[in-house]
Design a protein around this ligand. Sequence first.
Ligand SMILES: NC(=O)c1ccc[n+]([C@@H]2O[C@H](COP(=O)([O-])OP(=O)(O)OC[C@H]3O[C@@H](n4cnc5c(N)ncnc54)[C@H](O)[C@@H]3O)[C@@H](O)[C@H]2O)c1
Length: 696
Amino acid sequence: MGSAVYDVHGQSAVITMNNPPVNGLGFDLRREIVAGLAHAETDAKVKALVLIGSPRAFSGGADIREFGSPKSTAEPSLNTVILALENAGKPIVAAIGGACMGGGLELAMACHFRVAVNGAQIALPEVKLGLMPGAGGTQRLPRLIGAEAALNMIVSGEAVPSEKLSGTALFDEMIEGDLLEGALAFAGKIVAEGRPLKRVRDIKPSLPNAEGFFQFARNTVGAAAKNFPAPLKCVDAVAAAVALPFEEGVRLERELFVQLMQSPESRALRHAFFAERAAAKIPDVPEGTPLRKIDKVAVIGAGTMGSGITVNFLSAGIPVTLLEAKKEALDKARGGIRGIYEASAKKGRLKPQQVEERMALLTPTQSYDDLKDADMVVEAVFEEISVKEAVFRRLDEVMKPGAILASNTSTLDLNRIAAFTKRPHDVIGTHFFSPANVMKLLEVVRGEKTAKDVLATVMGMAKKIKKTAVVSGVCDGFIGNRMVEQYLRQALFLLEEGASPRQMDRAVEKWGMAMGPFRMSDLAGNDIGWAIRKRRYREQPGMKYSRIADRLCEQGRFGQKTGLGWYRYEAGRRDAIPDPAVEQMIVDYSKEIGVERRKIGEEEIVQRLIFALVNEGAAILHDGIAQRASDIDMVYLTGYGFPVYRGGPMFYADEIGLYNVVASMGRFAANPHGDPGFWKPAPLLDRLAAEGKGFN
Ligand SMILES: NC(=O)c1ccc[n+]([C@@H]2O[C@H](COP(=O)([O-])OP(=O)(O)OC[C@H]3O[C@@H](n4cnc5c(N)ncnc54)[C@H](O)[C@@H]3O)[C@@H](O)[C@H]2O)c1
């Protein structure tokens, strides 16, 4: 079967789009629609044409598998198909069920009539990729549902259920029962009545006080869209639909679309879109790998992480047995988990009954006997190898054969943990981020001996609990924290040289990071970094580290949890208030080490911090810890508050050009206080820059 099927039912021809999963408008499908149309036009027996998709989708829009390939723009392009349909001499009825989105909706709006079933999902989601509809969507939708409603849909990109649009000119009839039968009956009716063809382009949109409305829209959309150009351009295009003749509006839409296509923000959003899909793929693990069944989960350790991890599973309807050494901690965790659900219920996100249903899936215990039938266990006890050893030896004894044994360790060697068991192939790392029930990122740590089906099963499980999973090899810090260590190390050098915590946080936050390095350290706890540094001093004495953060920790300034860190915090509040005592300490420290402080500009701050990430990212790629550069970007976008409109550190470096990144690093190395060792480009970065290539 081809991408579309053509057949004739009485007086009506039917084109059934058949390009699973969502009838993406790929080259073959576009060609077959035009061919079907030509058939119908030349067959004198055919009086009308019905265009229909599958129950899942009329059409989800462009075929993402063709994105960026010559096929995506090859003729007949979507615009050509749309013109052919709209200009046809026989009535065309779009029969809409399932997803009708993007180019799919633009296709439907080119038909002369549209019928739909309830529950179809109608959207123009292009804005989510930093784009706007580019095949007449911004001009036709306002003509059918009014400028205001159309603007809301185009600027938000959100789907609207068809029944909510049933009173508008978008739908000529809502069909109950079988969609094709209903559409054929409708086609029969319009033929019998001799109804004139309705071309959406001919509708005159009207909007009283259009000027005032669009002014208001520009203000609100502009304020909300901040770093994204697309939403404001959507407003311009919809305004044109009201103010200009159709042809001119379409021309403007095309122009704006092309501008957006070339904008760095859209490139970054499209990169992130594909990076997320790529992250789920593991080159040496075939897609059809049989998965292990995970119906019941156990979690060990009911602290901060164990509780958050438990919530993820309960929310996905998976029963959890939560084992904890201390009774009080267990009770506290149970109360905390209930608290999370009750807070959701208060906000109207959960029904009270759902709170109870989820809580009923939780079994707190202090006995390993209760773990026997769990299919997977996630360990989240103290970060000490001896504690992990005791737990894994015990799990090896009690867990059933084939159960997956996962550790949430952030710094310990997973291969060592696996070796505590007689089944290292069943051991894997699941590195959640705090708060574990909120953060999207899950680093899935592949040990030397982790079995492929264990890896595939955990990747599938991550999807079920709505995480973005990225595979990492075993190394200190995995992908995210190994890179962040260099970023923080560089931040401390900047402190010594003349910057303040506030200045640096502001600079990178203005650049787009959700939180600067010092606010982040205060949130995570400065004692955590301290412990890591102490280890580094022992294990890598040659590595240059500023001791300034140690001074802070020696004063017990661990961050938010102690009320004092790089900033001070007032009880019950999270605002970071600059503390003159810290600033004095920094100035004194610079003096002590003989550094004359200088004013450091924002650009230098941002570049030094971000390029520190990039260089370590390159080393991680070279070491095979990350599978691909875009995986590193996903880690930073979903776990470290990296601005999505910059696409992640590796993508950002590509955008700047690796040659320029290396050149800046050379300048930083030459700075009298700079550390040439720090700024030595990773071999992969060096090579790619020399070859004029990028990471992605
Ligand atoms: N806190 C974070 O931001 C974060 C992020 C990612 C990973 N991790 C990792 O997650 C793990 C847990 O961290 P946390 O912050 O939740 O610690 P935590 O101190 O809040 O919780 C640990 C819990 O484990 C319990 N426990 C200790 N030994 C046990 C044993 N033998 N059997 C059963 N229970 C035991 C403790 O009583 C405590 O309730 C660590 O490996 C840590 O490195 C932490």
